[in-house]
Ligand binder design. Structure first.
Ligand code: BMA
Length: 367
């Protein structure tokens, strides 16, 4: 009898937790809807870990190229989990997972929005996410495939990390998760021509169902193909019931301004149409112009395009080092133009979405 009471109690408790997390997820979705009516949030990948001329190991916590340039944090921060699946201590971009957890929770704690990407290794060959030669890989990890058991272990490791994203009270925090991205391109092992449309959708469902079964009902799901979309790319859309944010990844190539503008507009129009039909949110989940060689790019090229669409955020990729960066820093030529862009009341930074964000001790910035 005691055992039965305990069992019933545990069951009721888990149900309560799942429901509470679903409420948290819904609150994030409502918040994104509300914010989108006011403007577009700016986001930056790996913002608090490294930037131009500094890294985490060398400066006190709280540093950020965006904070140093514009006196505010990005509203959205992107965090990358590649490597978690094989049990590594650091991400493929050399950030310890303990720091990722710390900074993601700090950002959510100060009222920001977190989005998580994942570049898992190739489970069939052991290569990187970009190892795209073997077209059997997705088939091999689906139920019945030779690598299915291995992939279950990989999903469990990912799931354990995601489940550890809890605030000080022990409550799960809501975040955006954006797996299997840029699948309209053929550079990742889950990309076009490497797997079939059916295999891609099965891959999406396998991961989503696994995480949901693990109780991760606090996730807002984002699907984001790469721009330059063809009609059949929409065949891989997992469906309105499985996606909350329809995203797009779009990078301008050197001397490719005209093509960037026209393709971006074409694709954003289509993506917005699909989102409208399913009452989903839309975001420019990755964008940028590597090393921003044009010092007026933010206000002359990017901003005029994105403000035509009901996007909730746009996120630029990481400031890896002087060879590859996408966001400004106080020493780059585009910094004044970036400041001009974020001054616009419709471009939203952390202070615009969080009434009293706490800046960490030691945070430095220049006006
Ligand atoms: C890519 C590059 C890589 C990085 C990967 C995952 O676009 O920045 O250097 O490892 O994203 O963050």
């Amino acid at each position: 009898m005691k055992r039965l009471t305990f069992l019933l109690f545990s069951l009721a408790f888990s149900c309560f937790q799942l429901l509470a997390q679903e409420v948290i997820r819904q609150q994030l979705l409502n918040r994104l809807q509300e914010i989108q009516k006011r403007g577009i949030m700016f986001g930056h990948q790996d913002d608090p870990f490294y930037g131009l001329g500094w890294n985490d190991r060398a400066v006190a916590g709280g540093h950020s190229d965006i904070l140093a340039t514009s006196a505010d944090y990005p509203a959205v921060m992107g965090f990358e989990l590649g490597g978690i699946e094989v049990g590594d201590e650091k991400s493929l971009d050399s950030v310890p997972f303990t720091r990722i957890r710390e900074e993601l929770l700090a950002h959510v704690g100060r009222g920001g929005i977190a989005t998580v990407s994942w570049h898992p290794r190739n489970p069939l060959t052991g290569g990187t996410a970009w190892d795209n030669k073997n077209t059997d890989v997705v088939h091999s990890i689906l139920p019945g495939g030779s690598q299915h058991q291995k992939f279950i272990v990989w999903m469990k490791r990912l799931s354990a990390f995601l489940q550890s994203l809890k605030d000080e009270q022990g409550n799960a925090v809501p975040f955006i998760f954006r797996p299997w991205h840029e699948n309209s391109g053929a550079w990742f092992w889950w990309g076009k021509t490497i797997c079939t449309t059916e295999q891609y959708k099965a891959l999406w469902c396998t991961l989503q169902d696994h995480l949901l079964a693990d109780g991760l009902t606090n996730i807002v799901w984002s699907w984001s193909p790469n721009y330059g979309l063809k009609d059949d790319d929409f065949d891989t859309y997992p469906g309105h019931e499985r996606v909350d944010i329809i995203g797009l990844d779009a990078y301008q190539q050197p001397n490719g301004e005209e093509a960037f503008i026209s393709t971006l507009n074409k694709d954003l129009s289509r993506v917005c149409e699909l989102a409208k039909e399913g009452k989903r949110l839309v975001a420019l989940t990755e964008c940028g112009y590597q090393n921003v060689p044009d010092s007026t790019w933010w206000t002359r090229v990017l901003k005029p395009q994105i403000e035509k669409y009901p996007l909730c955020y746009f996120l630029v990729w990481r400031n890896a080092d002087h060879r590859q960066y996408f966001a400004p820093s106080p020493i780059t030529k585009d910094a004044p133009d970036f400041r001009k862009m974020v001054k616009d009341e419709r471009i939203l930074m952390l202070k615009d979405i969080s009434p009293s964000p706490t800046l960490p001790v030691g945070a430095r910035f220049e006006k």
